[in-house]
Ligand binder design. Structure first.
Ligand code: HPA
Ligand code: ZN
Length: 333
């Protein structure tokens, strides 16, 4: 089955490009940009990747992102992730980036976007990998700050498919960003948001009712409301689950306790993603393998999860159909 998982063509819908920043590249770019890293070696840095909750991860993740300065840096970051896509048989990816992590340090919006786009254009050309870019607002910052970011993005609207919401969830509910999401919708952006990762179901209701999102990132806390579970099932609202992330950030004690199989069996539209793979011990295949080995997933479950990813993506129906056929071809072989 592990070989089967590896062979299946897959899509990824929840991946923070800054979270794919491997320590080796981080050290290389830090040296080039003359930026001090408070760790002497790659091994020492990796030892610090020992998290107790979301915030303890975010502190290290934002510190790491400070090493990225030039368009070339963002290109190299994206290029490295694309090589992982090739390794993991990911044929379509929708990646997040956090503009405010960079613009707050004086790096221009355009610099960040151009570097990422160059990497993704090359991915299409060299490997046939399709992609979309989603920019996330940092929820620990103000709505005003998010409005400023939205304004900065408008000249590049054609290259950004949607808007998301990430960073410290507790204490920063979706309602804080109601107006800016309304404006983003008017501008034609697709809408997604991290919700119900650590915070309770009220954040999920707010994300759906006030932000009008099309996809929920994480959403594992939905299990605590029968009403919400029913609604997610009826409306087939996608949940982009990230098992490794949930274990590393102590949302669940271990893989056996993860509720992915329960959500899937209930009939929710869930899929598997890697979130911040450089920090959470593995890329997409490893996420599949970890849940497969611990949650008694069948071959049909794996195929369903993979098809859910393609069907929940922001690509055309025609391209969805083409990709689903490719999945079926491997599934039947
Ligand atoms: N949650 C919230 N913010 C994030 C995450 C996450 O899992 N990864 C990167 N930013
Ligand atoms: Zn995330």
């Amino acid at each position: 089955m592990i070989e089967f998982i590896k062979r299946l063509p897959k899509a990824e819908l929840h991946l923070h490009i800054e979270g794919s920043f491997e320590p080796e590249l981080m050290f290389k770019l830090a040296q080039k940009n003359k930026i001090e890293i408070p760790y002497k070696t790659v091994e020492e840095l990796k030892k610090a990747y020992n998290f107790s909750n979301l915030q303890s991860f975010l502190d290290i993740y934002y510190a790491g992102a400070k090493v990225l300065r030039t368009e070339e840096d963002f290109y190299l970051l994206t290029q490295a992730y694309i090589l992982k896509c090739v390794e993991n048989n990911i044929i379509h990816t929708e990646i997040f980036f956090d503009p405010q992590s960079h613009t707050s340090r004086g790096i221009e919006f355009k610099t960040v976007l151009s570097g990422i786009k160059k990497g993704l254009d090359e991915a299409k050309e060299k490997y046939g990998i399709s992609s979309n870019i989603i920019m996330c607002f940092l929820r620990h910052l103000s709505q005003e700050d998010a409005f400023e970011t939205l304004k900065q993005s408008l000249p590049y609207k054609d290259f950004i498919i949607g808007v998301g919401l990430d960073s410290s969830e507790l204490g920063n509910p979706p309602s804080k960003f109601e107006e800016v999401f309304k404006e983003a919708k008017k501008e034609g952006f697709k809408l997604v948001a991290h919700a119900g990762e650590e915070a309770d179901v009220s954040y999920l209701f707010e994300a759906l009712d006030l932000l009008d999102i099309q996809r929920i990132d994480h959403g594992v806390q939905a299990i605590n409301s029968k009403e919400l579970m029913q609604r997610l099932k009826e409306e087939q609202i996608p949940l982009t689950l990230c098992p490794n992330s949930n274990i590393e950030l102590k949302v669940f004690k271990n893989y056996k306790e993860h509720n992915l199989k329960k959500l899937l069996d209930y009939g929710l539209n869930v899929c598997i993603n890697s979130d911040d793979p450089a920090y959470f011990k593995g890329y997409l295949n490893q996420n599949f393998i970890n849940v497969f080995e611990n949650l008694d997933l069948s071959k049909e479950d794996i195929i369903k999860l993979v098809k859910n990813s393609f069907n929940s993506s922001f690509i055309s129906d025609k391209l969805k159909e083409k990709y689903i056929k490719e999945v079926d071809k491997i599934a039947k072989s």
